[in-house]
Design a protein around this ligand. Structure first.
Ligand code: PEP
Ligand code: MG
Length: 900
């Protein structure tokens, strides 16, 4: 079988390159070769090898010996043939002691996983070839600099030795020779370093550094494939739901050298600004540096495009000024790549003695703001269709746009400043390591993770943090890329900051220090760090966001409603595009201080008289609640759910609470306490809740129906417009329950609507009765239930809890474990369990519509804005989803994508 695909400018073995086979990097290199762009030639080992090579070696594949790794037979010969062709095309020979070819070996999965897997550069150097390289380039410093880099990468990736060992020697050497940067090290120091590194390898592994370049290559290929299985790659896959079965490809390419002198450089550019989406090339580079230096944030890089400071003066260090010819080529390549891939590109390049080489291009990770803006603008430029623009934005990421920012009126005492790497304001306690971030997060605290620089090991810690601050690195450093992808606020390159992890202290600048656990605020949009917690204000939506949302609304079939119960939430939902209220949880209205006493009196009442007294107190309050909501919604549909509390939750606990109820009800505290004891339940979530309350105490639902219909009448009279209310009965498991409750509702409603004082407005009140489907029995008997319901709303929170037998309140304790160990790949309370709970929903929808063709169907559990859940809802023909106000835009976009 074919494992290997060669490429060079103007040619690719793979005629129709795909990321599935060649990995994202390999696919892009093959495509750029076909476009005749200046890529260094090389070959790709396909993803199909990954499973074979990783399963055939043990978890610690990185053989410290030269034991042959089990390569499929034909692979070795395919590599040899490809190497010969590669030698021909660059005019150098792998392993030659006069004219050596050096290689880079890089991983590249079908889905971008920036920095998660391994790379080895300068492969093919040994004691002989380094001398040849020195002679050939007339640059011994460059040759030995490359050799020491190769030694440490090989030791780390192939031999699994810790990086720290080599970094320590490097920094010792820099102080010994009094050098500020790596690039300043003299030849003598580099040679000493090479010896030291070889010595580390021998003393740590017991085996001398491998001088045979073919064995080097073989071991490195195996190790880079194996890095698909390293813990940080696993974490990244778990967070991003990337299946392990995809595997990585490995790209072997002729080296080009960004570290071969002052006219050489390495860098990264984005075809548009990945932070704001502005259509302007954005990037950074480092002269006389190699590969990973920019991405890893080792030195703070220079800008590609000229930047001017406040006085309008340029610092004269941009590529535009320093390498104007290369700059022009960069701009051309950027345009060509965007035209071809029709998306914002993130490009790695190297300049070798003034010649530009493109090493990689991929769709740029970007903030939600940048995603929205570039998608809408690309549609305007005729690059992509509206549908494509809608697909470009991850619905979930829209939450970032709704994130709070710091109020510009609030005084800011800025103690440190860095690069504004990812927008959003965040306050939290300082954590200096991922472990302490996790510790603080477990206490329910918001965390700001402060690091020298972040490495891929930090992904898990970044994920649980609200914001990230690093001392080193630029806008394209690992921290910045990952934070933008995750939607976390992030500031990089805070050069005044120093961190003492051992003492748990961060010096933000000369005079200001904070300890781990102290609170700080960061503004990812400006790069400012402030002490303490600052007030934030709600997010502002940009024009492009509004445009995209309009397109989404035109495209989607499903209605998007909100779960909201206060006039404030309802107003917010409306402003975020909700078309009505899909779920008004009336029990949430009962917690307010002014009514909790009456609610408790209602629950604990021993006789009808006391209960009626309590209900009489509650009626006007509920009527007022509903009136406000109906007024805000101006005729849009409002679904009000009758009381569904675990009654238990409302019971008084404290003496003074009992006393207040006793006063209000006119009974003794002792009697109340006895009633409360009798009402406590071991399993309140499965106890006296939902329609069971309505059946046991019919006067409660009667009062609520009265309040709803009276409010509807009030609003209809005042507005002279149609008012649309849907009364929803919760926690039904049989049609008989619904029938009993419905009879009560209809009685109350018709009494009010047929009374003579309401005669002239009754026709304006549209009211229907429906039910939640949130218990398995309800789903299974939905055909029956539909006889009594004009709509169903799927309560997938309870339906998930009762179908999986997992408590929605307590499942967190083991769900984390399940997610980490891969027992499940999604939290079923976040994304619907389609194979299980989804089956019940689908069945109920079908059976319900068999009974009643025009049965309206909605889904109102917390999964209502989750993309996959919405796609499923569309597929099975639901009419609407309902979700909390901030998720409404998310659901609108998800519904549009579901319709495409
Ligand atoms: C549900 O169960 O999915 C639902 C929406 O109702 P609640 O969360 O109030 O139980
Ligand atoms: Mg429920």
């Amino acid at each position: 079988p074919r494992y290997l695909y060669s490429f060079r400018p103007g040619h690719s073995d793979a005629t129709h390159p795909t990321a599935a086979l060649l990995g994202g990097k390999g696919c892009a290199l093959a495509t750029m070769s076909q476009m005749s762009l200046p890529v260094p030639p090389g070959f790709i080992l396909s993803t199909s090898l990954c499973a074979r090579l990783t399963s055939s070696s043990s978890s610690n594949s990185s053989s410290t010996t030269a034991t042959p790794i089990l390569f499929p037979d034909s692979l070795t010969s395919q590599i040899e043939t490809a190497l010969a062709a590669l030698s021909d095309s660059v005019g150098r020979v792998f392993g030659s002691a006069t004219n050596p070819l050096l290689l880079s070996v890089r991983s590249g999965a079908p889905v971008s996983m920036p920095g998660m897997m391994d790379t080895v550069l300068n492969l093919g150097l040994n004691d002989k070839t380094v001398e040849a390289l020195a002679k050939q380039t007339d640059n011994a410093i460059f040759a030995y600099d490359s050799y020491r880099r190769f030694l440490s990468m090989y030791a780390n990736v192939v031999l699994s030795l810790p990086n720290a060992l080599f970094e320590k020697s490097l920094s010792d050497m820099k102080s010994q020779y009094d050098c500020a940067t790596d690039a300043d090290l003299p030849l003598k120091a580099l040679k000493q370093l090479v010896n030291k590194f070889k010595h580390h390898i021998l003393s740590e592994t017991g085996i001398p550094f491998e001088q045979d370049v073919f064995v080097q290559l073989r071991n490195t290929i195996a190790a880079v494939f194996q890095s698909w299985q390293n813990p940080r790659a696993q974490t990244y896959r778990a967070i991003n739901h990337i299946p392990m079965s995809l595997g990585t490809a490995v790209v072997v390419q002729a080296m080009v050298f960004g570290n071969s002198g002052p006219t050489s450089a390495t860098g990264v550019f984005f075809s548009r600004d990945p932070s704001t989406g502005v259509n302007k090339l954005y990037g950074e580079f480092l002269t006389n540096a190699q590969g990973e230096d920019v991405v890893a944030g080792i030195r703070t890089p220079q800008p590609i495009v000229r930047v001017t400071n406040v006085e309008g003066l340029s610092k004269k260090n941009s590529m535009q000024e320093v390498m104007p010819d290369v700059y022009k080529q960069v701009v051309d390549v950027s345009n060509l790549l965007e035209q071809h891939f029709k998306d914002v590109q993130d490009v790695e390049f190297t300049v070798e003695k003034g010649t530009l080489y493109i090493l990689q291009t991929r769709a740029a990770k970007r903030t939600a703001l940048a995603a929205v803006r570039s998608a809408v603008e690309m549609e305007g430029e005729g690059l992509i269709s509206k549908d494509e623009a809608l697909k470009r934005v991850d619905p979930k990421s829209l939450r970032q746009l709704l994130h709070p920012t710091l109020d510009s009126d609030v005084e800011r005492d800025v103690v440190a400043t860095g690069l504004p790497a990812s927008p959003g304001a965040a306050s939290g306690v300082v954590a200096l390591s991922c472990n302490s971030a996790e510790f603080f997060a477990q206490q329910g605290l918001d965390v700001i993770l402060c690091r020298e620089e972040t490495s891929p090991e930090d992904v898990a810690g970044m994920h649980i943090s609200k914001g990230i601050v690093t001392a080193r690195g630029g806008m394209t450093s690992h921290a910045a890329v990952v934070a933008r992808g995750m939607g976390r606020a992030c500031i990089t390159g805070v050069s005044s900051m120093t961190i003492d992890e051992e003492k748990g202290v961060v010096k933000l600048d000369e005079n200001v220090s904070v300890k781990e656990g102290d609170c700080v605020t960061i503004d990812g949009a400006t790069g400012q760090v402030m002490l303490g917690k600052l007030e934030t204000k709600p997010a502002q939506m940009c024009e492009e966001f509004k445009t995209l949302m309009q397109w989404a609304d035109q495209r989607r079939d499903m209605t998007v409603l909100a779960n909201a119960e206060t006039p404030e939430d309802v107003r917010r939902a409306l402003s975020l595009g909700a078309e009505g209220v899909g779920l008004c949880r009336t029990e949430h209205m009962f917690f307010d201080a002014d009514r909790i006493v009456a609610v408790r009196q209602m629950i604990l009442a021993e006789d009808n008289e006391v209960r009626t007294d309590a209900l009489n107190k509650l009626l006007p309050m509920q009527r007022q609640d509903f009136t406000e909501i109906l007024e805000v919604m101006q005729g849009r549909p409002v679904t009000i759910r009758l009381l569904d509390p675990p009654l238990h939750e409302f019971l008084p606990h404290e003496q003074h609470e009992f006393e207040a109820v006793a006063r209000s009800a006119g009974v003794s505290v002792d009697v109340l306490k006895a009633r409360a004891d009798a009402s406590r339940e071991a399993n309140p979530m499965l106890g006296l809740r939902g329609c069971r309350v309505g059946i046991v105490y019919p006067e409660i639902y009667r009062m609520q129906t009265q309040a709803i219909v009276l409010a509807a009448v009030d609003v209809a009279r005042k507005s002279d417009k149609v008012v649309c209310v849907h009364v929803m009965v919760p926690f039904v498991s049989s049609v008989d329950e619904l029938e009993i409750v419905r009879r009560e509702i209809d009685n109350v409603a018709s009494t009010i609507l047929s009374s003579s004082e309401n005669e002239e407005v009754a026709h304006l009140v549209q009211y229907t009765v429906g039910t939640m489907i949130e218990l398995p029995r309800a789903a299974l008997t939905a055909g029956e239930i539909a006889r009594q319901a004009s709509f169903f709303s799927f309560g997938t929170n309870d339906l998930t809890q009762t179908t999986l037998g997992m408590s929605r309140d307590d499942a967190g304790s083991f769900l984390q474990n399940y997610l980490k160990s891969g027992v499940i790949d999604r939290d079923p309370f976040v994304s619907l369990d389609i194979e299980g709970v989804g089956m019940l929903v689908e069945l109920a929808a079908k059976e319900g519509r068999k009974t009643r063709k025009d049965l309206k169907l909605c889904l109102c559990g917390e999964q209502g804005a989750d993309k996959d859940t919405v796609v499923f809802a569309q597929k099975i023909g639901l009419d609407a989803v309902s979700c909390s106000p901030f998720f409404v835009p998310v659901a609108r976009l998800a519904a549009a994508q579901a319709a495409i």
